[in-house]
Design a binder for this molecule. Structure first.
Ligand SMILES: [Fe+2]
Ligand SMILES: [Fe+2]
Length: 232
């Protein structure tokens, strides 16, 4: 099903969102390539880290040569959308496991002002800015602020939290692939815009995401001219 979705959407993204196309089309395939995934299905951690890699590709593309204001605007919107979906899915699936197995302090650190909350606030501001209204420099500066926090948060997750989590008794390939399936499912009802004041812990975050996602989706249909990029 993921392959079919990727194939169906990659054509739509080809012209306007080159990095987004790579994200949508290649991500599930790359996920399947991990040797440890062959029998059990993709690990949630490999899926999350693949998302991180794609955020960095999008941001590199944003800062690359030959980018005009319109292209930066579209990439900025794509980044905001992808990061919002990723964060919502982590908060539904991964962080409750972190809370259960590593404790509240570890989960609250990832959710807090060094992590998701800071990123959401900055992307919320960026979401109400535009290249046309605020100028390319101001728009880029706001996104840069958000990406700086995001990069730090990604390092936190990948170099500290995930290795600790994977070393715990009871955390095996079956659990990681089970969480991977849940992570993918969560993307299907995830919000696509940052909501810093919405609940970020189960069960209220699941309810809030499910109720808010259709409105975000309608706004994104308008923003992306009827073809919003699909990040799952
Ligand atoms: Fe995160
Ligand atoms: Fe993450």
């Amino acid at each position: 099903m993921l392959r079919a979705l990727s194939q169906r959407t990659s054509g739509l993204l080809k012209q306007a969102y080159p990095a987004s196309q790579v994200f949508a089309a290649a991500s599930p395939r790359i996920r399947r390539m991990a040797a440890s995934d062959v029998q059990t299905g993709p690990s949630v951690i490999s899926m999350i880290n693949e998302d991180h890699r794609q955020f960095k590709l999008l941001w590199d593309e944003y800062n690359g040569p030959n980018m005009n204001g319109e292209m930066k605007q579209k990439l900025g919107w794509s980044l905001i959308r992808a990061i919002a979906m990723h964060s919502a899915a982590e908060e539904e699936v991964m962080y409750p496991e972190i809370r259960k197995r590593l404790g509240s302090e570890a989960a609250d650190h990832l959710l807090g002002d060094d992590g998701h909350q800071a990123i959401k606030k900055l992307l919320f501001e960026a979401n109400y800015m535009s290249v046309e209204k605020n100028g390319e420099a101001a728009y880029t500066a706001k996104l840069s602020e958000a990406m700086k926090v995001l990069y730090h948060h990604i390092e936190d997750e990948e170099t500290r939290t995930w290795p600790h989590f994977e070393s715990l008794p009871g955390v095996d390939a079956d659990l990681l692939s089970h969480l991977g399936r849940k992570f993918d499912a969560a993307k299907h009802h995830a919000v696509t815009r940052p909501h810093p004041w919405a609940p970020n812990k189960p069960p209220l975050n699941v309810l809030a995401n499910t109720m808010t996602a259709p409105l975000d989706g309608a706004l994104d249909m308008w923003r992306f001219g009827g073809n919003p990029p699909r990040y799952y």
